[in-house]
Design a protein around this ligand. Structure first.
Ligand code: ZN
Length: 356
């Protein structure tokens, strides 16, 4: 999944390592053909290899896809696993057992568990919980009371739901409904290597990191995000952590210090939270495509929704949505401007190469 070095790409080709399929393709100068790293064809001479991070780039350079490994075609999912996912979607409110899923799909429980996890990145059980949570969250917006939403979504006990949602939402359902009213959010601004930077935090952690051209615009944007909360400019005695945190982030951006590991308070729909959690697992120097991210989340068809959740991330850099690119390797979008995204990736790539 990482942006591999040339040495890593050469090693993957000679080992015919399928784990980098989809991450890059290589072309052979003498034949004009490009392949997946795992292609079974005879190996070309090392000096004739050219590397591309996307098939579009290889095509644009005039190479043709190999007829043997078919690098332009996506690997087909086992349709039986897709059936399992559909079954879970349709019966998420029932207590599902592996045995039942095994009967539905005709796969042994062991193959099912392993295959499902491999294909979707999460176990059937986690998937079911995610489906339930997503429904619950949708209803929270429409239903009259939190309790009503909980029962409508098929959860058996209120207290259990409170436990689960509090953990995955970072706040209780009641607070979420009220849009964060009655809360105090401290904020601070600094000049950074990427221009004016604002960080805001509740007493639970950083809830917003954003860039802009002017401080007043940043404050306006913060108000839009948290319309009901009380916003307080940090004079260090009220929020000494915030001061230290923004300092650490500024150091990271400017002087290449490590990305500070700060407590985060993410707020969004369950789906957005899942996407943002997944973004946190992308390491420095690594990039994914929106498609790969969707696959990692176990929702391979939700590429657009995943991209839009990335676009709704309001904790820039700390939740590294800048590490997700379009499938052709182009930058895609960035809430705080493509130039900042480009700069961030550039810096991270340099660190990566300096370190390895
Ligand atoms: Zn090939």
């Amino acid at each position: 999944m990482s942006l591999p070095s040339e040495a890593q790409m050469r090693a993957a080709i000679s080992a015919r390592d399928p784990s980098l399929d989809g991450v890059f393709v290589y072309a052979v100068l003498t034949t004009g053909v490009f392949c997946r790293p795992s292609c079974a064809s005879r190996h070309a001479r090392p000096e004739n290899l050219r590397f591309f991070l996307g098939i579009d780039a290889a095509m644009a350079a005039g190479y043709r896809p190999c007829k043997r490994c078919r690098p332009t075609e996506t690997v087909a999912l086992d349709t039986r696993l897709v059936d399992v996912a559909r079954h879970i979607d349709a019966h998420a409110d029932a207590p599902l057992t592996l045995a039942e899923l095994s009967a539905v799909s005709g796969l042994s429980t062991r193959t099912l568990q392993r295959g499902f996890t491999q294909a979707f990145g999460i176990s059937p059980k986690t998937y079911r919980n995610a489906v339930r949570m997503r429904r619950y969250k949708q209803q929270l917006k429409d239903a009259d009371t939190v309790t009503e939403a909980i029962f409508a979504a098929g959860f058996g006990s209120t207290s259990r739901v409170y436990g689960e949602t509090t953990r995955s939402l970072g706040m209780t359902p009641g607070t979420y409904r009220a849009g964060g009213a009655g809360e105090t959010i401290a904020y601070a601004c600094r000049q950074s290597a990427l221009g004016p930077l604002m960080m805001a935090a509740t007493d639970k952690g950083v809830c917003c990191v954003q860039f802009g051209d002017h401080e007043y615009a940043l404050l306006g944007a913060l108000r839009d995000e948290f319309p009901r909360a009380e916003l307080v400019s940090s004079s260090a005695q009220h929020a000494p952590e915030l001061d230290a945190w923004i300092q650490a982030l500024e150091q990271h951006l400017g002087a290449g210090g490590p990305r500070p590991d700060l407590p985060l308070e993410m707020r969004g729909t369950v789906f957005q939270m899942q996407v943002w959690q997944c973004l946190l697992s992308i390491r420095e120097g690594e990039v994914l495509s929106y498609r790969q991210l969707a696959e990692r989340l176990g929702m391979p068809s939700a590429i657009r929704a995943v991209a839009s959740a990335c676009g709704r991330n309001r904790i820039g850099v700390l939740i590294p949505c800048h590490r997700v690119l379009r499938s052709d390797g182009s930058l895609g979008g960035y809430r705080w401007g493509l130039e900042r995204k480009r700069q961030l990736l550039e810096t991270e790539r340099k660190h990566q190469h300096g370190a390895s």
